[in-house]
Design a protein around this ligand. Structure first.
Ligand code: SF4
Ligand code: SF4
Ligand code: SF4
Length: 343
């Protein structure tokens, strides 16, 4: 596709200049800075442990059911839904990494692994930072990033700004909405919690206060590979545990601890995260960088040239994903990321 400044590119560029891609504009990090936002005191989240995931996709079906999305399984067995790409119909997907002979689970070479894609509930979210009408908000207590369809004006800045490419837009509806995981916040008043974690038979997806998830991460990191242990299932608060299993060999990286200012979805894996389609991000949140830049621009009154430069640069960078968004507009479902070997 031509890299012309189409309407869609302009929207993407404008949003990205407000957040994600503007981080590339030199000097912003040195400007008078606002810090990354801190984790809220009652932060809730998910721990996804790829080494425990069997790829059964019970979580995909449970997410659709809990969030009133159509199931895509066979008519007589709709629970066999194998949806593999985020869309307005799917807020949570499980994708498979496969390499070479695909023989050994959780091994990078000649191995395979599974990865969950859903909103990361960023500690300092770009989508919230760029939304001009606060249709996206981060709860000051739980940190859940929620969406208000009545406030949304359909500008899609959030779609362009999210470094994980999570929010999906109803291109084919007369009154379109944004769709993304809201951590099943509608279930919390009933004493329930994230349906994906509730349904996961192995504990690969675990719900809980983020501080408890970090405690469990610390415990898992201290395990010797092959050491027998029981893993918490469903929620850190319910006391459910799996049967005894050997601990896997983890890579020395917990995704979400620092990426983009941190996330409330944390991930452990035996395969490097870039192979699983997750972006490599700086520790400084893009929202902090862009809000710092905006502050500096207004203060210094040298906005026009830099803003225009940022817009053009952001437009150029984000246009790499045009084909994906074309797919969206045509109603098909695009895969997360572009890494090789994922199915
Ligand atoms: S339900 Fe659990 S084991 Fe099954 S695909 Fe989802 S995360 Fe993996
Ligand atoms: S992952 Fe994307 S949509 Fe979710 S909170 Fe972060 S920026 Fe917003
Ligand atoms: S927390 Fe709820 S909405 Fe989010 S992925 Fe899990 S089931 Fe889906």
């Amino acid at each position: 596709m031509d890299r012309d400044l189409s309407r869609r590119n302009f929207l993407k560029g404008a949003a990205a200049a407000g957040c994600a891609s503007v981080a590339a504009v030199g000097g912003a990090e040195d400007a008078e800075a606002r810090d990354n936002l801190a984790l809220p005191p009652g932060a809730l989240g998910l721990l996804f442990d790829s080494t425990l995931c069997t790829g059964c996709r019970a979580c995909v079906t449970a997410c659709k059911t809990a969030n009133f999305r159509p199931l895509d399984g066979p008519a007589d067995k709709p629970y066999l839904d194998e949806t593999k790409a985020l869309s307005p119909k799917a807020l949570n997907v499980i994708q498979m990494y496969a390499d070479g002979t695909v023989e050994v689970k959780d091994r990078e070479t000649d191995g395979f692994a599974f990865i969950k894609h859903s909103c990361m509930h960023c500690v300092d979210p770009c989508c919230v930072s760029v939304c001009p009408v606060t249709a996206l908000e981060k709860d000051p207590m739980t940190g859940i990033v929620s969406y208000d369809k009545d406030a949304c004006i359909g500008c899609r800045y959030c779609v362009a700004s999210c470094p994980y490419r999570i929010p999906r837009f109803d291109y084919d509806k007369p009154f379109p909405e944004i769709h993304k995981c809201e951590l099943c916040r509608h279930l919390l008043p009933e004493g329930k919690f994230s349906a994906c974690a509730d349904a996961c038979p192995t504990g690969a997806t675990l719900f809980g206060p983020v501080v408890k998830l970090h405690e469990e991460i610390t415990r898992r990191k201290a395990l010797e590979p092959g050491e027998m242990t029981r893993f918490p299932r469903r929620s850190t608060e319910t006391g459910d545990k799996s049967g005894e299993k050997p601990a896997a060999t983890y890579i020395d990286h917990v995704y979400g601890e620092v990426e983009g200012g941190g996330t409330q979805m944390l991930m452990m894996s035996g395969v490097p995260f870039e192979k699983l389609g997750l972006p490599t991000l700086p520790e400084r949140s893009y929202a902090a960088v862009s809000e710092t830049l905006q502050h500096t621009l207004y203060k210094g009154l040298f906005a026009p040239a830099l803003v225009l430069g940022g817009l053009l640069f952001a437009t150029y960078r984000t246009s790499d994903h045009d084909d994906d968004e074309d797919d969206d507009e045509n109603g098909s479902e695009d895969e997360q990321g572009t890494g090789d070997g994922r199915r």
